[in-house]
Write a protein that binds this ligand. Sequence first.
Ligand SMILES: [Zn+2]
Length: 348
Amino acid sequence: MLKKFSTFFLILTFTFSIFALTNQAVPENYVPLVESAEKINAKVYFDPLSYSCMLQKNGNVYSFRIDDEIAVLNFRQFKAIDRPIKVNNQIFVSQSMIDDANLLFLQKKVDENFRIGVILIDPGHGGKDPGTVGNVVKNGKKQHLYEKDIVLSVGNELASMLRMKYPDKRIIMTRSTDVYLTLEQRVDIANSVKLEENEAVIYISIHANSSFKSDASGFEVWYLSPGYRRNVIGEKDVDADLRPILNSMLEEEYTTESILMAKFIHDGLDKQIGSVSKSRGLKAEEWFVVRNSYMPSVLVEVGFVSNSSEAYNLSEPSYLHKITVGLYNGVGSFVTHFEQSRGFTTFQ
Ligand SMILES: [Zn+2]
């Protein structure tokens, strides 16, 4: 989401700084951000919509926002700073903030081993809750097709493939048998995942679709909407006034990760089943299972049991295997991306 300062933008800023008349006084101890970052060889990123800024060097990241008196260091620690200001399209920060950032940059690279520690797979429904129910004709016999069975089969195979690929990660399932779980129980499982400091958990919920329109078909991948407010910073950690600011700064990162994981999974599925099941695209939604911090999350609708030909496909183990391979490849791409970028997409 954050865009790198382009050369064009730099030139523009420079021109402004020469010709623009300042209508707001810049305090004496303040310095222009871009020039100061250049002096310490740090990269500057700025998002004009949210007014978020980042300084980056040596894998260390110093984030702050115009008008907010707080900085986030390496997405973990926070610190009071002098209020960054924008005067005639130029950003000014205090020299002491630059010095503070520079201290951070002198540190050894942190989070070098930032990794996905846990993959949480959540097959929807189960037990007394069948999910959506369709009909298929097999060998001349009509039989029911239950969403709970489709998603459990995909979930179980996905889990065993991921366990083979990642013996050092914990692959957790909310259910691996035909049992009923309340939403609260799913939430509890998600929240009870224990992580090391440098670990993240990803969450994949699997469902099948249904529609009154019998010709509706295809797969879709949902990610958490940016409007979903997670309590990333806990109550004890920081002053109540600052919590919303910090949370929204951090939240942007998780949303970005969720969208990216949704995209990888979507592309993985498209490759496997796109020729027989059309993509209905990426969609944003809020949902309530996911409350943990550092949890990029997606929900996959693998197809429509209400569509007779798609229902037939979904009743075939070979087709479910293709879906699983699509999910597996998508998750694998995301894990690789996440661990290589140390968890954050901003600097790709
Ligand atoms: Zn469902």
